[in-house]
Design a protein around this ligand. Structure first.
Ligand SMILES: [Zn+2]
Length: 429
């Protein structure tokens, strides 16, 4: 008797739970946590006299499990782990899992190492702009992961991968992933510096497989350098791992709030709604420096920044980093440039597709002390190359276009023909 009333009670409380949660059913925010490396792949590691071997795969797992426990306490989240033990899922396994679970966000956790012991600090990577094409292919292939928000859905009523409208929708979606990843990266690096008093090396764009193959906003967090004595001790400590997990957790909460506001999911406990960021009229690039010297990508003078666009004007090379028409991304790019060591970097506005009223853009294809031979690859490949001699050096330029966008396109065409290391030049007449 006692037993049966007990079961009836359980039955009613279960029923109540089902009805209650059913009425409030809302799609959970699915987050994939990826502990870097594992199994045979140890990642970075160093041996220290006092604490023994510090191994990346162990630290990334410890931080990931702590972070996962924090998230699992909140019923709004669904947490998926690429690994919970010391094993090695391939990079493709990791991205397939994320794509098939239709995750809303992907966080990969790593530790840095350097041959020198001095470098330290945190950095967060997001997909590089060149990756958009690959991401687009992934999104097309995994077409059931396509998710557009309400506004896009109205504009692009039905998804048909072969229609041009859908392709535009996908492109919009790709740039949103990048924006979202940059915003999240800003939150997490901010927490590392303000809450944990650590050095942030900034939010950076890089072509990384785990980021490239994901059809959702994705970041890879380098939580510190195992090769630096103090940081290795911090990373190996319970205190350090907890602080890092908390900083990532707080960034996820900030991101989720912004995400909910965008989708119009209201929550009375939250601060008043901020208006969604609208794009600016101009594109902004960060001017790193002006120099009479030409540096190619990867040159130490560029301090590790990728996607730097040099534009030559009045015999000076101006080096521009990043491009965005969102104020928040512009500010993050500027901070990244300053963190990298370009203290006097500034954001410069570019009017999109602005035609020069006087003057033009051309491409500097070669600089040489000697005259290029008519058999040279450049002169064989291109017609109407201009040659100019300044202070005993020959400068070769090609093409004449009115907008920077066309110049970028022309430069890409030359690159496809195997003519690399060219520089866009603005000629004022
Ligand atoms: Zn790693």
């Amino acid at each position: 008797m006692i037993k049966s009333t007990f079961y009836i009670k359980i039955f009613y409380s279960l029923l109540f739970c089902l009805l209650f949660t059913g009425a409030h059913a809302q799609k959970k925010f699915t987050i994939v946590l990826d502990a870097g490396h594992g199994g045979e792949d140890h990642g970075a590691n160093r041996l220290y006299d006092d604490i023994g071997r510090v191994t990346e795969k162990e630290i990334t797992l410890a931080i990931t499990l702590k972070l996962g426990r924090m998230l699992e306490k909140n019923k709004d989240f669904k947490v998926i782990y690429t690994r919970k033990i010391d094993e090695y899922p391939s990079l493709t396994d990791r991205t397939n899992l994320a794509n098939r679970s239709k995750a809303d966000f992907f966080v990969s956790i790593h530790c840095n190492a350097n041959t020198k012991t001095t470098p330290y600090g945190t950095e967060t990577f997001v997909q590089g702009p060149d990756q958009n094409k690959t991401n687009l292919e992934v999104a097309k292939a995994e077409n059931d992961v396509i998710y557009l928000d309400e506004k896009d859905r109205q504009t692009f009523a039905a998804y048909d991968p072969s229609s041009p409208e859908s392709l535009i929708a996908l492109k919009i979606q790709q740039s949103k992933y990048l924006e979202s990843s940059l915003i999240f990266g800003g939150f997490v690096e901010e927490n590392f510096t303000t809450k944990d008093k650590r050095l942030s090396r900034g939010v950076k764009q890089q072509n990384l497989h785990v980021l490239r193959m994901n059809a959702m906003p994705s970041v890879l967090i380098e939580t510190g350098f195992i090769s630096n004595y103090e940081e290795a001790h911090y990373l190996a400590s319970d205190k350090g791992q907890t602080e890092i997990a908390e900083s990532i957790f707080n960034a996820i909460m900030s991101y989720k709030r912004a995400h909910d506001r965008r989708l119009g999911i209201s929550d009375k406990k939250q601060e008043p709604e901020k208006t969604a960021e609208s794009p600016l009229k101009n594109d902004f690039r960060v001017l790193l420096m002006s120099s009479p010297l030409k540096y190619s990508s990867g040159d130490p003078a560029l301090k590790g920044l990728n996607y730097v666009l040099p534009i030559k004007e009045n015999n000076l090379y101006k080096y521009y980093y990043g491009v965005s028409n969102y104020a928040s991304v512009r500010d993050i790019n500027l901070k990244t440039a300053k963190d990298a060591g370009f203290r006097s970097a500034s954001a410069v506005g570019f009017v999109p597709n602005q035609k020069l009223s006087s003057g033009y853009y051309t491409i500097e294809v070669a600089i040489s002390r000697e005259k290029l031979s008519s058999n040279s690859y450049i002169l064989q490949t291109l017609k109407d190359v201009n040659r100019e001699k300044v202070n005993g050096t020959f400068f070769y330029t090609y093409g004449n276009v009115k907008t920077l966008e066309d110049a970028v396109k022309l430069q890409k065409e030359l690159e496809d023909k195997g003519i690399k290391n060219t520089v866009i030049q603005k000629v004022n007449k």
